[in-house]
Ligand binder design. Structure first.
Ligand code: SAM
Ligand code: SF4
Length: 344
């Protein structure tokens, strides 16, 4: 049963392991794991070019990360997504995937990546147990791609996608953040790629975070405008799955296309009611909602020797207090971290 927002929360159940529910009745079983805050690109909508990253000693070590992952497994988590920053710049990425794959209950391991390093990594990652990748690709025009990522080469990403397909990290999902005056016209070419390719190309609304919020809000393009642009070119898009969300995306097809088009609309159509996830930041906090600042510090208990069972108790209790959802529509912007410090 989902309780109304603002209602007093019932007391948390006294269990320390087993399925994790929040006070609104949502079953939380999906952990997004940010492996690093560092990145080999500097996308304009994500971080400033002179971004200062955390010192490595502030990030969880592999052993500390494994303890948190065991705690998640004790709580019945079955789905994991590796993200960042850029997850492929984390040392020992392949070993981390192998570790998650052997945890009790693991059903799916996915990764969100800019794919710059994927050409070499796709095969070993697939062999270690990675199932799928979501690849960020904001334009198929090499100059525009470079402008939006500041440092990126489109050919590296295309080689990464080819390697992912070859390694069976499918279905390939492409994430395109639509940014005013950068790539709003590139939607057409990206959508047209689904005519031949069995990709799911998903268009994301820009979300505002902390110091980058002013740029992000000025650059925002709504899903309604994206749809309008696409339907003007391709005709009416066919809604799939009766309008149900695939993850966060509402999915459509251009008539006759091999692949799909998705829209992720956290700003214009929040999907908080179906939220099933929490996030682990690279510096060891459990973030209960992407767009709300409440966090649970796990690094302090870890560094005083807490074991997985103790962490499971802390995480389970924090999940019970997971906020209903974000309040962007009331002007409440998350201020404590930017997207790359949380993990998308
Ligand atoms: N570096 C990886 C990548 O770019 O795929 C993983 C981390 S990135 C933070 C995860 C996803 O968030 C990417 O698809 C990225 O395009 C998206 N993203 C970053 N900043 C965003 C913002 N302000 N609003 C919406 N999406 C954003
Ligand atoms: Fe790096 Fe991903 Fe942010 Fe781009 S969106 S700067 S690739 S973390």
């Amino acid at each position: 049963m989902i309780a109304a927002q603002g209602m007093a929360l019932p007391p948390a159940p006294a269990t320390t392991a087993g399925p994790a529910f929040d006070a609104f009745g949502r079953h939380i079983h999906y952990l997004r794991v940010s492996l690093t805050d560092k990145c080999n690109l500097r996308c304009v909508y994500c971080m400033p070019e002179q971004m200062v990253f955390r010192p490595s000693e502030e990030l969880l070590t592999d052993e500390e990360l494994f303890t948190v992952l065991r705690a998640a497994s004790l709580l019945g988590f079955d789905k994991y997504r590796l993200t960042g920053g850029e997850p492929t710049v984390r040392p020992n990425l392949v070993e981390i995937v192998r570790y998650i794959a052997q945890l009790p209950g693991t059903r799916e391991i996915a990764m969100t990546t800019n794919a710059i390093k994927l050409a070499k990594l796709a095969k070993p990652l697939a062999e270690a147990g990675l199932h799928r990748v979501n690849i960020s690709l904001d334009s198929l025009d090499p100059d525009k791609f470079h402008r939006i990522t500041r440092w990126g080469r489109l050919d590296d990403v295309l080689a990464g996608i080819a390697a992912a397909e070859e390694a069976g990290l499918t279905p390939i999902k492409i994430n395109c953040v639509v940014v005013r005056n950068f790539n709003e016209e590139d939607l057409i070419d990206l959508a047209a790629s689904t005519l031949e390719r069995n990709w799911q190309v998903r268009f994301l609304e820009v979300m505002p975070f902390a110091d980058v919020a002013e740029f992000q809000q000025a650059a925002a393009v709504s899903t309604a405008e994206m749809m309008q642009r696409l339907e003007a070119r391709f005709g009416t898009l066919v809604e799939l799955d009766g309008g149900r969300l695939d993850g966060e995306a509402k999915v459509y097809r251009i008539p006759g296309a091999a692949g799909e088009i998705g829209f992720i609309s956290p700003v214009s159509a929040p999907f908080c009611a179906s939220c099933n996830r929490v996030r682990l930041t690279a510096d060891g906090t459990l973030r209960l909602c992407l767009l709300k600042d409440g966090e649970l510090d796990l690094k302090t208990p870890l560094r005083r020797g807490a074991r997985a069972e103790e962490l499971a108790g802390l995480i389970g209790a924090a999940i019970w207090r997971k906020p209903w959802g974000h309040e962007l529509s009331s002007g409440v912007i998350p201020m404590s971290r930017i997207m790359s410090e949380i993990g998308g």
